[in-house]
Design a protein around this ligand. Structure first.
Ligand SMILES: Cc1cc2nc3c(=O)[nH]c(=O)nc-3n(C[C@H](O)[C@H](O)[C@H](O)COP(=O)(O)OP(=O)(O)OC[C@H]3O[C@@H](n4cnc5c(N)ncnc54)[C@H](O)[C@@H]3O)c2cc1C
Length: 298
């Protein structure tokens, strides 16, 4: 695999934001990925999918970054299963499930990203996550060993999974139950329409910025609205009018603009409501102080 140097991550994130990575590569096979992992200090390799849930700082990151490619793009299915590599798109997976009339996949409509990112984030709706459809997933350890995990071993939760961040997801086998194609088609279209009408697809964003805080507060967007931050703008970034949990890049936003909106929102909600919001998006390349101000982890 050829490493590129000093690669601007803005070109690889949906936000179109982010400084450079010192090294950037695209492993296409498990053998190549295993070599990369063994040659990198454990836990110091960053894996990017479609970058639909990552805000990279303007300074960039100090670790090498890989995007899986080649063999990791595969997708095939039988009568009751779908298997994909981690680089396959979630839209490709859900499209395959819909066309094959498999039940229970509409929750994943209009969720941009890769299967690897979806497994890491347990992507999905409020009540269903990708891991609810997993039979097994495979991940590679920093030592280059492949491990097969069942959902009970991975312990998925709300936008999280108990699998070390140092492990790289390679792919998964999903359950697929045949159903009524007309009904399935309707459910998928309904879900897609709901997402497109209520969320933001015409401007770059990372989707929901904050995790929902749970009872009694419900949705994070209600708290953002309550403290007067819906529509707030900083530089080229804006908390969107359409959905107060989305922060959009209006064209020339930098990471500091998005960070400021997050910090100000979180500060106001802490002071006025007493709730500390937790970011849903992943934050790369920020300092400890910057992360503390938005309740994030590196
Ligand atoms: C308009 C819009 C709507 C959205 N709607 C939803 C929604 O309804 N539900 C939802 O859950 N999310 C939603 N999202 C967020 C996003 O689509 C999901 O989080 C998705 O899973 C991100 O996948 P990705 O490949 O882009 O991951 P990335 O953003 O590239 O990475 C996210 C995290 O996963 C890790 N990762 C990526 N690939 C791998 C791998 N192979 N192995 C290990 N770790 C890996 C990264 O290191 C990072 O920590 C939305 C985003 C947008 C922009």
């Amino acid at each position: 695999m050829r490493w590129e140097t000093d690669v601007k991550l803005a070109e690889h994130t949906r936000y179109g934001i982010g400084g450079p990575a010192p090294k950037f590569g695209r492993p296409e096979t498990r053998d190549v990925l295993a070599t990369v992992l063994r040659e990198t200090q454990p836990g110091m390799l960053r894996v990017l999918g479609w970058g639909a849930n990552v805000l990279v700082s303007d300074a960039g990151v100090s670790e090498p970054v890989v995007v899986l490619d080649g063999d990791f793009m595969h997708l095939e299915h039988g009568d009751s299963w779908i298997e994909t590599g981690a680089a396959a798109g979630l839209p490709t997976l859900v499209g395959e499930a819909r066309r094959s009339a498999f039940e229970g996949w509409s929750f994943l409509e209009a969720v941009p990203g890769s299967v690897g990112g979806g497994l890491r984030m347990n992507a999905g709706s409020t009540d269903t996550g990708l891991w609810d459809r997993v039979t097994w997933a495979e991940a590679m350890t920093p030592e280059g060993e492949t491990v097969r995990l069942t959902p009970s071993e991975a312990q998925p939760g709300y936008r999280t999974v108990a699998v070390s961040d140092a492990w790289v997801f390679l792919g998964a086998r999903f359950e697929a139950t045949p159903g009524n194609s007309t009904e399935i088609e309707k459910r998928h279209l309904r879900r897609r329409r709901m997402k497109v009408e209520t969320q933001v697809y015409d401007l770059p964003s990372c989707g929901s910025t904050w995790k929902n805080p749970g009872a009694p507060w419900g949705s994070a967007w209600r708290l953002v609205e309550r403290v007067g931050m819906r529509g707030a703008r900083r530089g080229g970034a804006q908390i969107t009018e359409r959905h107060a949990n989305f922060i959009a890049n209006l064209g020339d936003a930098c990471a500091a603009d998005v960070w400021w909106l997050m910090a100000e929102t979180r500060r106001r909600i802490h002071e006025e409501v007493g709730v500390d919001l937790e970011p849903e998006i992943r934050l790369w390349g920020f300092s400890e102080d910057e992360l503390a101000a938005i309740g994030g982890e590196g």
